[in-house]
Design a protein around this ligand. Sequence first.
Ligand SMILES: Nc1ncnc2c1ncn2[C@@H]1O[C@H](COP(=O)(O)OP(=O)(O)OP(=O)(O)O)[C@@H](O)[C@H]1O
Length: 248
Amino acid sequence: MTFDDVSKVFVTGDGTRVQALDGLNLAVSRGEMVAIVGQTGCGKSTAFNLLLGLFAASSGTVSVQGMDPHGDFEALKGRIAVVFQDGRLLPWRNAQDNVALGLEYQGVSKSDRAAIARDWLARLGLEGREKAYPYELSGGMRQRVGIARCFALNPDIILCDESFSALDELTAERLRGEFLRLVKDEGKTGVFITHSIEEALTVGDRVAVFRAPGHVAAEFERPETLSEADLSRMRKSVRDVMATHPSP
Ligand SMILES: Nc1ncnc2c1ncn2[C@@H]1O[C@H](COP(=O)(O)OP(=O)(O)OP(=O)(O)O)[C@@H](O)[C@H]1O
């Protein structure tokens, strides 16, 4: 996945031009998990939406597995899956049917998608809750369903948008750990957007610090083992880069 000198300009209803991304360069290798951290309005979601192919860049090149996510939207379908902040479950579908949703769009048979959904729910610790509706589940459980739905698609790439920030700290910590283990075990490539420096340093093999207008101001590689002193130094470095030009 690469962003090569990408810019994105939005034009609002009254004709105002908003430069959301400007000279964005970022490369994510296969099997890597890159955390993107930055203040509000620095262009994280715009970069994320470009990877999803929701719109085209104004200039520069976005490439996912050698393809243009906007132009080759159909070809990339199913290769990218997203874990959203709130799980984004359909309230009228039970857990199993929520997990099976993407598989249904892919034309997987009813019995196969039920089996895949049940398997992923069990892997996420939700055996016995397959028929529960979202309103019957806690926030953490709903997020587990969202993660199961993502993995059930067997995508190559997983994109996370503030995936654990709506959960209490302990639940988030536990689920984040389980999620990261699955990402590594299944050999997925990931991009993880967060406002939290701490979370970025926990999830990212590499941390890209965004600054407005949307560009990477600095990147930090996280060593295999990290002492408390190293972590504290990295935390400070990331904070210093983020704070140099405060976003609105
Ligand atoms: N559709 C749009 N039309 C006009 N301006 C937009 C649009 N989408 C984003 N922007 C602007 O582009 C800039 C970057 O926004 P973006 O949502 O990508 O930032 P962000 O880092 O994801 O912010 P947050 O952390 O608050 O979600 C902001 O100034 C925002 O107001």
